[in-house]
Design a protein around this ligand. Structure first.
Ligand SMILES: NC(=O)c1ccc[n+]([C@@H]2O[C@H](COP(=O)([O-])OP(=O)(O)OC[C@H]3O[C@@H](n4cnc5c(N)ncnc54)[C@H](O)[C@@H]3O)[C@@H](O)[C@H]2O)c1
Length: 462
């Protein structure tokens, strides 16, 4: 791989902040990794020329020390799973920080408003661990329907309890999937192949359209999803499509309606491998005690320990009929290396072309440009105030540059925007300063531009 030679790039590597705006390194050099994602990640990053520093497992809980590592190392990227909290203090620790790379789906451990203020992108892996969750949920569904956990418990005590009472086939039963996203849809597909009728409840228009196109019944309320099902499985994200927290979205009234409209025997199973804060565990336990729900499998809890060594007070510890597992939906030999590969690939695109895919600010299409013909990519993280985008365009124009291709996305929920421009040469420091100052002038906000990066694109040597 060859880089077109532009002397200015050497300057950019060492470029200091301009009026407090962070000028990021053209290519990333250092990554800090917390919470032990798959070890293959380090190798992938090394192949990209990024040196990975791993936080030892025992240090993960000592937050101050992790932040100190970031401060000392001035890393460009922070890789983490779902436990380590990212807040202002973390974001302030490294001036080079360009992105938080989540080696998981859930993003609620990250203060995204703070990231937007700092011009730090947040990217996750929305797909790689789905299959592992799906298979666990299907396994639990079958085991609960057939009382396999109980049979195993008896057998280990040398009890021969051979009976068919309360043991059900799933074929012909109705499954309600709450949250028909990546995982919920796969659960529904596998369950349908298994002979279950599929109902679902989702607040997203597209999800409803997809579900209905697949021949499934869209429920108009959570109550309907519970009333019409023998099995309910929850797969919502931490927030609803409008960005409101899903904390407490289910309660005793919902649970008490389980299978109310089902005729005939029903296993009345409830499974949650999504989020622990969707309901108060006492509500669920109450519904089990009252006999509304008969069998439960939970993988997630309102309070989860940070690591296997930490104490854990399982709210379901003494509950008969509740199977609990320690958030292992995605903990398989296959999923973790797959996540490392996906996140490394996201890093490759972000490092080389500024592309932001799987950006949690706005899941959906990646933002980036086809930059084969352009020697430089200019990325600008800025506020979404009127005038900031114009400042970027004007500065490119004033510098006499050709903007060969550009992509822009606003993330209005966070007052944030990200701009990717393929330009015919890098901007010098004076031109960058004009960009920052024009944005300040047009918006009256000295923090309108948050972070700028100029990436040299390798020449096509084919
Ligand atoms: N147990 C585990 O180890 C494990 C592993 C991976 C993911 N998860 C969790 O599984 C869940 C699903 O993940 P995913 O990748 O399928 O997410 P997703 O974003 O693809 O899908 C979530 C779906 O839920 C819907 N939704 C959100 N809030 C809703 C509400 N209040 N009412 C109705 N619908 C609502 C959304 O519209 C979306 O269709 C997430 O909470 C994730 O954190 C758990």
């Amino acid at each position: 791989m060859q880089f077109r030679f532009f002397p200015q790039f050497w300057q950019f590597g060492m470029c200091e902040n301009i009026n407090g705006v962070r000028i990021l390194r053209p290519h990333f050099e250092k990554a800090l990794i917390v919470e032990q994602p798959d070890p293959s990640l380090d190798r992938y990053l090394a192949e990209l020329g990024i040196r990975a520093e791993r936080v030892p497992p025992e240090m993960t809980e000592r937050r101050d020390e992790v932040i100190e590592l970031l401060r000392e190392g001035q890393h460009d990227l922070l890789y983490k799973r779902s436990g380590f909290e990212v807040d202002e203090e973390v974001l302030e620790a490294s001036d080079n920080l360009a992105a938080i790379m989540l080696c998981c789906i859930g993003d609620d451990s990250v203060d995204k408003e703070a990231c937007a203020r700092h011009g730090v992108l947040v990217m996750n892996d929305p797909i790689s661990n789905g299959r592992s969750v799906v298979e666990m949920v299907m396994g639990e569904m079958i085991c609960l329907a057939r009382r396999i956990f109980e049979a195993n418990h008896h057998s280990r005590k040398s009890m021969w309890t051979k009976e068919s009472t309360g043991r059900y086939e799933l074929k012909g039963k109705t499954l309600s999937v709450i949250g028909l996203g990546n995982i919920g849809k796969q659960v529904a597909q596998v369950a349908e192949a298994f002979g279950l009728n599929i109902h679902f409840y989702d607040k997203r228009e597209v999800a409803r359209e997809v579900g209905q196109a697949l021949g499934w019944k869209s429920c108009s309320s959570l109550g309907e999803a519970f009333r019409t099902a023998d099995v309910v499985t929850v797969h919502v994200s931490a927030e609803d499509p409008r960005g409101n927290s899903n904390a407490g979205m289910l309660n005793y009234e919902h649970f008490a309606q389980m299978a109310a409209e089902r005729s005939g025997p029903s296993p009345r199973i409830f499974i949650n491998a999504a989020r622990g804060f969707l309901y108060d565990p006492d509500d669920l336990k109450h519904a089990v005690t009252e006999g509304h729900i008969e069998r439960v499998a939970v993988d997630v809890y309102p309070d989860e320990p940070g690591s296997s060594d930490d104490p854990w007070d399982n709210p379901y510890a003494t509950e008969q009929g509740v199977i609990s597992t320690p958030h292992i939906g995605a903990a398989t030999e296959e999923a973790q290396p797959r996540i490392a590969q996906y996140v490394a690939n996201t890093t490759r695109l972000f490092n080389a072309y500024g592309t932001s895919r799987s950006c949690v600010f706005s899941p959906g299409q990646p933002i980036g440009v086809e930059a084969d013909q352009a020697p430089t990519i200019l990325t600008v993280a800025h506020s979404d105030q009127r005038g900031t985008k114009k400042a970027v365009d004007d500065a490119i124009f004033e510098a006499g540059l050709d903007n060969l291709e550009s992509a822009h996305r606003d993330f209005p929920e966070y007052g944030f925007a990200y701009d990717v421009n393929a330009i015919d040469r890098p901007m010098n420091r004076k031109e960058l300063k004009t960009l920052v100052e024009t944005a300040t002038e047009l918006t009256g906000d000295s923090h309108a531009i948050r972070a700028v990066r100029q990436i040299p694109v390798p020449a096509d040597d084919s």
